[in-house]
Design a protein around this ligand. Structure first.
Ligand SMILES: NC(=O)c1ccc[n+]([C@@H]2O[C@H](COP(=O)([O-])OP(=O)(O)OC[C@H]3O[C@@H](n4cnc5c(N)ncnc54)[C@H](OP(=O)(O)O)[C@@H]3O)[C@@H](O)[C@H]2O)c1
Length: 230
């Protein structure tokens, strides 16, 4: 089940999962014309009442990916209380509410994987990221606690932490050739991310190959989070 599969990283993931033969359930506020025909969809705003999810989740769920989030960059003194609360609601509470309602089905599968999405900015100091870094740091903390709590149920919980990725969410940062060029140069591997760079890592964390991995935060960031190359 993908939450946020109508666009960006989630959409790329759905295409990949379907091509690998998975049955995919999606939750978002809109549908995508790019979906293969057999995607099960529930129109839902995770900021509101998520209870309709109870009747949508299949009896057994093998994977859950929360691919909803925000990019709200401002100088620290201009960040309002509402900015902090909005980022927390969409990144942390949205994931928490959905997971709570899906947990019975995840347990029923006897071996499930949850993947949450953080950001390189949760562990690398970047200006203007005060609010989103705080929210993504909370995502990582929640994932670790959840990984411990759900380990006895054979439910794994891992996190991917992308750097700038070419999705609709990031368009303001990539909307001119100059910005694209500057963004490429900031990354040690010489390019900003594609949705496929991130979705392939998420698919790996959903797969049996990673059946012994839990409680990990994996940077998918062109080296930006760890390397100093200039
Ligand atoms: N792109 C980047 O540079 C970048 C970098 C670091 C981390 N991330 C993280 O990666 C994740 C995916 O981001 P993305 O770049 O793929 O963003 P995106 O292209 O904007 O996709 C976000 C998805 O979430 C859904 N969504 C948004 N608000 C929702 C709501 N209130 N209720 C239900 N669904 C909602 C959207 O669908 P609808 O509009 O149809 O509801 C869409 O399917 C996020 O957690 C983001 O913080 C992204």
């Amino acid at each position: 089940m993908v939450i946020g599969g109508s666009s960006g990283i989630g959409l790329s993931l759905i295409k990949l999962l379907i091509s690998n033969g998975a049955t995919v359930y999606n939750i978002s506020r809109t549908v995508s014309t790019e979906w293969p025909e057999d995607v099960h969809h529930l129109t839902l705003d995770v900021l509101g009442d998520v209870s309709p999810l109870v009747n949508f989740v299949p009896e057994q769920l093998h994977g859950l990916v929360y691919s909803v989030g925000s990019i709200n960059l401002k100088p620290f003194t201009r960040l309002t209380e509402e900015d902090f609360l909005n980022d927390y609601r969409i990144n942390v509470l949205g994931a928490a509410k959905v997971i709570q309602l899906a947990i019975k089905s995840l347990k029923a599968s006897q071996s499930a994987s949850i993947v949450l999405i953080s950001s390189v900015a949760a562990r690398t100091g970047m200006n203007f990221h005060g609010s989103i870094s705080a929210a993504k740091g909370a995502v990582e903390g929640m994932a670790l606690s959840l990984a411990a709590e759900l380990a006895p149920n054979h439910i794994r919980v891992n996190v991917v932490a992308p750097s700038l990725t070419d999705t609709p969410l990031a368009q303001n940062l990539l909307n001119t050739p100059e910005r694209k060029e500057a963004s490429n140069k900031r990354h040690p591997l010489g390019k900003y991310g594609s949705p496929e760079d991130i979705s392939s890592a998420i698919a790996f964390l959903l797969a049996e190959e990673t059946a012994w991995m839990t409680g990990q935060v994996i940077g998918i960031d062109g080296g930006l989070g760890k390397l100093k190359t200039n």
